[in-house]
Structures are given as C-alpha cells and as structure tokens.
Ligand binder design. Structure first.
Ligand code: DWN
Length: 417
C-alpha cells in the first residue's frame, strides 16, 4: 500500500521546469530521503516513512538547476506544516526593513495594494498594515495563515496559481508591490507562477522576490538546502530567462546574506535593467554557472564534506563526548540524513519553534526539544543545523557556550567554533 501511495504522491520530471528542455544533466544524487519538514510524532516513530528520490540536475539549455522529483504539494505542505517565519528575530528585522523600503520608494498609501505570495504568519505584511497600507496574503498552510489573520493580515489560505491570480486580480485588484520570499523555488508550476505574478501586477508595479542564490550554495557547499520543497536553485542567469519568457524584466538585484546567500530581484513590466543585474550576470557567466562543466565536481565536494563531518562526530563520540544539535531546520534533515547521523549519534536537537518541540526529525528521528535543554543537559558539542542563523544563535546561547560547550558549523566545511 505504501509503495502504491508513494507512486501516486510524486512524479519524476524528464523536462526542465523552466524551459521544457530534456537536456538535463544530473549533478548530485542525495538518495531516497524523507520529506524535510514532515516531522514525526514519537508514537509514530516505528512506522515506515515516505521517502522520495532527491536528485539534482542542470539544464544545458536554460541553465536552471533543479531537482527531478516533484512531490505532491498536499504532502509537502500538510496541515501540520511546521515552518513559521516569526521564530527568527533576524528574519523579522530583515523583512521589516524590506517592507519599509518598498513603502517609502513607491510612496505607498491607503490607496495602494501589497500582495505577498507565501505570506506565512504575516511576518512581513504586518509592517504595511501598521502604516495603513492595504495588504493581501496568500499561503496554503492553514496554521501560519491563521496566525497572520491574528496580526491583521488578510490572508487567502490557498496555493498561488495562475488561475487564482486571475481571480485575485478581479476580486482585489492588481498590486503596486508583490512580495514572494522563498516561494518561487517551492512551486510545482514555475512558469504558471511567474505568469500569475504578471496577472496581479499593476502596469507600474514591482515584484520583489527573494530566493536562495545558487552561487553561494555551490561555493560554500550548502547542499543541505536541497530538499523536496525546493524544486529549483536559482542563478540570476536562469531567473532572467524565466521572467523574460513571461514579459517581466529583472531590472535590479540585491545580494543578501540571508539563508546562506540569497537574491532579492525586482521584476517589472518594462525593461530598465541597471548595473546590479548586468554585473551579476557577467560574474555568474565568468564563473561558469551557465556551463555543465562547473557542476562536475560538486557531488565529490559534497561527499567530502559528509566524510569530514561523520569522522568528526565519530571521533568526539569515541572520546566519550555527547553531541546534540541546534535547529530542527528542513536543511538540517538533509544534512543529518545524507550523513547518516541519527538519534544514536545526535542525542537531541533544540529548536525555538514550539510547533516542532516534542516531535522527531524525519529519517534520523532525533528528538526535538526547547533550547533550554542545552543548559539542562549540557552536551559537549552542538552541531548547528540552522547555520544560516549562527550569529543570532551564538548570541542567544552565550550561557551554554560559557559553560564550555562548543558549536560545530557544518558548512562550508565542518568546523568547531
Ligand atoms: O525555504 C524555506 C526556508 C527559507 O526556511 C522553507 N522551505 C523552510 C525553511 O527552511 P529551514 O527550516 O531550513 O529554514 P530555517 O528558517 O533556517 O530554519 C531554522 C530553524 O531554526 C527553524 O526551525 C527555527 C529554528 N531557530 C531556532 O531554534 N532558534 C531559528 C532561530 C533564528 C533561532 O534563534
């Protein structure tokens, strides 16, 4: 039955998600893995988990890097989808600055409309609400959507599709500003999503989208950011081709440190490309992001990182040291499962997200506890799976570090801080 279920719950793509080409060059195979955000209730720990292939390919025609398996969104974003943006003060500050800058740049007021795709718990749109600027959030996860309504963010609990875009434009009007942070990589219909943005964007509007950037992923071996929720891994080259295909022009780009290195692109209906775009495109081409040769060594580099981390944890445990982890992040699931580090080597993982506490990480079945457990249980080492928030976590856990505890950061190579 489970095998049959599995067959109906995912599709292996043979054509590029952006351009439709079948010139897909495999570059990394992370094996059959559980869904990174599908946490396990302890009472279900003995049950077989759904696992799906996690293989990455490069499109030789449009250069998009992408995974080949598409898991049904209803499975990826089940009712108990645990990701809430507001558990990171750094992300909240980053998002507030983004909203305020757009409101000021565009002179937004009570006659404006700001729409966010994947608006989660209202973490970003609430900043516009405070300034009396009308907003509309769109998010398929009912938990975060319910939290958004509590902070005054009107939210449609639905997947954003081209069809929904047309309905939104008719019912709510078109937007002056569209936000979409860490969502473009998540959608099944990449082209339909971008066309949908076109349907809800005013003629003089701007779509401001953030997504992890392929370049730092490759340079810092951030392979753990690869999981089934993320169908695509974007270079600006691939993004530019995707948006131009649908009459939208990336006129400006900002490079952000967030999530291990992200892009913030500004897409508009009229072409007016500035130096930030032409320079980054030239840089990506100079490095070779648009050539299959650039990716040939990546799998070996990932395996090398894994071998070093496994050896380090093994050596510490052989010395009688206790090892825990910080951040039951989706990326953390890829990291521990690809490295084969399960609850027999990692005693527990702490996470501030109360919706995750008391559950087990997928695959590795590492128990998730509140951060206070670090001072209560005093592990000798803590593997920081949410390494993208390392500064915030180090500051927050000064007490634990003061006891002599040590952090291990896994990328770009395993290092004890
Ligand atoms: O695309 C996505 C990225 C942007 O965010 C989503 N698919 C889901 C999510 O991926 P992730 O879970 O790898 O992202 P985070 O936000 O890096 O996960 C951080 C984890 O660490 C969260 O579970 C929250 C937790 N955390 C914590 O316990 N203490 C985070 C901070 C900042 C902290 O201080």
């Amino acid at each position: 039955m489970l095998l049959q279920q599995r067959k109906n719950l995912s599709v292996t793509e043979s054509a590029c998600r952006s351009c439709g080409s079948e010139a897909l060059v495999p570059i990394l195979d992370l094996g059959r893995t559980p869904l990174a955000d599908r946490l396990i209730r302890p009472e279900n720990a003995g049950e077989e988990e759904l696992v799906f292939p996690l293989e990455v390919a490069f499109c030789a025609d449009c250069t998009l890097v992408q995974i080949l398996e598409t898991v049904a969104p209803e499975i990826l974003y089940a009712d108990d989808y645990p990701y809430f943006s507001s558990f990171s003060p750094a992300l909240l500050a980053h998002s507030r600055a983004n909203a305020m800058a757009r409101a000021d740049e565009r002179g937004l007021d009570s006659d404006s409309l700001v729409i966010e795709l994947a608006s989660n718990d209202g973490y970003l749109l609430k900043n516009y609400v405070e300034r009396g600027i009308p907003v509309l959030g769109i998010d398929p996860a009912d938990g975060p959507a319910a939290d958004a309504e509590k902070v005054g963010v009107r939210t449609l609990c639905a997947f954003f599709t081209e069809q929904l875009a047309q309905e939104v434009a008719e019912k709510y009007g078109r937007a002056d500003v569209i936000h979409g942070n860490n969502v473009l990589a998540h959608v099944k219909d990449t082209n339909g999503f971008v066309r949908g943005i076109g349907h809800i964007l005013k003629d003089d509007g701007v779509a401001v989208l953030e997504m992890p950037h392929l370049l730092p992923l490759m340079e810092h071996i951030e392979f753990d950011t690869i999981y089934h929720e993320h169908h695509c891994y974007f270079s600006l080259i691939a993004l530019d081709k995707l948006f131009r295909r649908h009459g939208l022009f990336i006129n400006r780009v900002e490079q952000l440190a967030l999530h291990g290195g992200s892009l913030r692109i500004f897409a508009e209906r009229t072409e007016n490309v500035d130096a930030s775009v032409t320079e980054l495109l030239a840089h990506e081409r100079a490095i070779g992001l648009d050539s299959a040769d650039y990716y040939r060594e990546f799998a070996a580099r990932v395996a090398g990182l894994r071998d070093k981390l496994v050896a380090l944890v093994g050596q510490l445990r052989a010395e009688g040291k206790r090892v825990a982890a910080y951040g039951a992040a989706a990326k953390g699931a890829t990291m521990v499962n690809y490295c084969g580090l399960d609850h027999t080597q990692i005693d527990f993982v702490v996470d501030r997200n109360v919706n995750k506490q008391g559950l087990l990480m997928p695959g590795a079945k590492i128990p998730i506890m509140a951060p206070e457990a670090l001072l209560e249980k005093r592990p000798d080492y803590v593997l920081v799976l949410a390494w993208n928030f390392i500064d915030e976590i180090v500051a927050q856990q000064a007490g634990y570090l003061a006891t002599g505890g040590k952090f291990i950061v896994p990328v770009p190579e395993p290092k004890v801080l």
